[in-house]
Every structure is written in structure tokens, then in C-alpha cells.
Design a protein around this ligand. Structure first.
Ligand SMILES: [Zn+2]
Length: 124
């Protein structure tokens, strides 16, 4: 991989801040959904880890939150790839993911071509 240390640090911090923003957004959505759905029911509060968030989201059936959670998972996977040194390498073709693409979408696991193919195959 040709990402240098400075790029990696910058991308890691992009991942952190994006993940934090997503967690807040999800908590807000979950809180709103709970107010609407189970106004009087006391349940788990959305302050735990991402798995607990995922459980809450599963009950919510809210497309936007589901998307946020998917992005959050992608970011966490990206963080693991930074740790094991495979970040920036396309998981499909093994080619390099361009830095500009990583900056725009730090959770990207595929190069632009493979992502397009993937989306065509697994249309969401
Ligand atoms: Zn690729």
C-alpha cells in the first residue's frame, strides 16, 4: 500500500469523527423512534456500544438509521483494516483505492470500479 503515515493518520481521524457523528445521529433517530413508538415503555437506553445500538435499530425499521448503521460498520471495518495494514487495498481486486476516494469515503473497502460492480450485483 502506498498510503503514507500522514495520510493514514488523517484518514483515521476522518473515520473517527465521521463515526462519532453517525453514532449521534443514530442515537437521535432511535430516541425519536422510541418516543413515537413506545412512549410509555422504559427500555434499554441507547448509550451502550454499537451492538446495543444495532439491536435498537433492528426494532425501529427506519431506512435512514439502517443506512447510518451500515456506514458505521463500514467505518469500523476500515479502522480494523488500518490496524492490520490492509487499509486502502480493494477487498475485491486487491488494487489500490485512490486517496481521493478514501478522503471522500473513508470507509470505502473497494476501488471505484469494484464498488460499481458490487452495487450492480447486490442492488440495495
Ligand atoms: Zn477493486
Amino acid at each position: 500500500m502506498t498510503l503514507n503515515r500522514r495520510d493514514l493518520i488523517q484518514l483515521a481521524s476522518l473515520i473517527e469523527s465521521r463515526a462519532e457523528a453517525l453514532r449521534e445521529e443514530i442515537r437521535r433517530e432511535v430516541a425519536r423512534g422510541r418516543e413515537e413508538t413506545y412512549a410509555a415503555v422504559a427500555g434499554p437506553t441507547p448509550d451502550a456500544g454499537d451492538e446495543a445500538l444495532a439491536d435498537l435499530v433492528a426494532d425501529l425499521d427506519n431506512a435512514e438509521v439502517t443506512r447510518d448503521l451500515e456506514e458505521l460498520r463500514a467505518l469500523e471495518a476500515a479502522r480494523r483494516r488500518i490496524a492490520d495494514g490492509s487499509y486502502g487495498v480493494c477487498t475485491d481486486c486487491g488494487g489500490e483505492i485512490p486517496l481521493a476516494r478514501l478522503r471522500a469515503e473513508p470507509g470505502a473497502a473497494r476501488c471505484t470500479e469494484c464498488q460499481a460492480r458490487h452495487e450492480k450485483t447486490y442492488r440495495k
